[in-house]
Design a protein around this ligand. Structure first.
Ligand code: R5P
Length: 309
């Protein structure tokens, strides 16, 4: 297996880690940025007859990371088999047309990756199964939250999902911890992006709460939920997210009201106040699954964009 990373430091670090577990070899391509900002890539190895794993880290600015993926996919087009490991799948939150005339952004990206030859997509905790349904090839959807829950100390917590769409992922944590699971009602104004959160059911008087979400971007969602939980009597509020995008001010916003943030290292660790859990082991499971050819073909009658059965 030849592991080919994007130019970002975290893509290289991730590529080296997964290459070790899959007995692969990292092959660094040569990158250049032209004076006008356009990118260029040249492979340094012949990929004919090889299995190639492209690895990219999609922290902001995402557009640059995505351009590199397109160029790499084109460059490896003579390989025998091609998979793309994107621990954080960007644009997945726009997984439907919420307002008439909107692009379904993730559909556009996944169609482009597939049409350029990516046969398998390996991602960790994508925003929704619907988002992944737009990829016509094989999808390996890794779920690091169980792994993360086992590596922390959480005593007597209630696990909280910030919205109905996140219940399945919060449930994974609740099961590991043997904790009750509650869902807060979140509403987003689709024109302004503003969110409102309702109060969780039941009393949290004197309890600790663990808010579980897929991504921490501005921190606005978990900060609002944490505030509502404290107003409801929660003694402590902790936050567990898979992807920390590292936006300026996001950690301050959350820690103003919450007591701890735990995230994984799908993206580059940015803030010493966040506890980052190394999920290389989970990424390796996905890479090894692909290397064994143990794939999940689409079921008969599969419809892109249809809710999973
Ligand atoms: C939304 O549906 C997602 O699951 C996250 O809750 C949201 O995108 C987090 O964004 P922010 O940190 O900006 O509130």
């Amino acid at each position: 297996m030849l592991v080919v990373p994007g130019s970002r430091q975290h893509a290289l670090v991730t590529a080296e880690r997964v290459a070790k577990c899959g007995e692969g070899k990292v092959s660094l391509p040569r990158w250049r940025v032209f004076p006008d900002g356009e990118r260029y890539v040249k492979l340094e190895e012949d990929v004919r007859g090889q299995r190639v794993l492209i690895v990219q880290s999609a922290e902001p600015p995402q557009a640059e990371a995505l351009t590199e993926i397109l160029l790499l996919l084109d460059a490896v087009s003579r390989a025998d088999r091609v998979a793309l490991l994107l621990p954080y799948l960007p644009y997945a939150r726009q997984d439907r047309e919420f307002l008439p005339g909107e692009a379904v952004s993730i559909r556009a990206l996944l169609k482009a990756f597939s049409s350029l030859g990516a046969e398998t997509l390996i991602v960790a905790e994508a925003h929704s199964e619907r988002a992944l349904s737009y990829f016509p090839g094989n999808v390996i959807h890794l779920k690091p939250l169980r792994f993360m829950a086992k590596r922390g100390e959480w005593r007597d917590v209630a696990v909280i999902s910030p919205d109905a769409g996140g219940v399945d992922r919060a449930k994974q944590v609740a099961e590991v911890l043997g904790a009750p699971l509650w869902c807060v009602e979140k509403r987003r104004d689709r024109y302004t992006g503003e969110i409102e959160v309702g109060v969780p059911p039941g009393s949290l008087e004197g309890r600790a709460a663990l808010v579980v979400d897929d991504v921490l971007s501005t921190g606005g969602t978990v900060a609002k939920v944490a505030r509502a939980l404290k107003e409801r009597g929660a003694r402590r509020v902790e936050v567990m997210v898979v992807h920390h995008l590292g936006l300026e001010g996001s950690v301050d916003r959350v820690l103003e009201v919450a007591d701890r943030i735990v995230a994984s290292n799908t993206l580059p660790p940015k803030d010493p106040r966040v506890q980052y859990v190394d999920i290389t082991e989970v990424l390796c499971e996905g890479v090894l699954q692909w290397a064994r050819g143990d794939l999940n073909p689409r079921p008969p009658g599969y419809q892109p964009g249809a809710p999973p059965s």
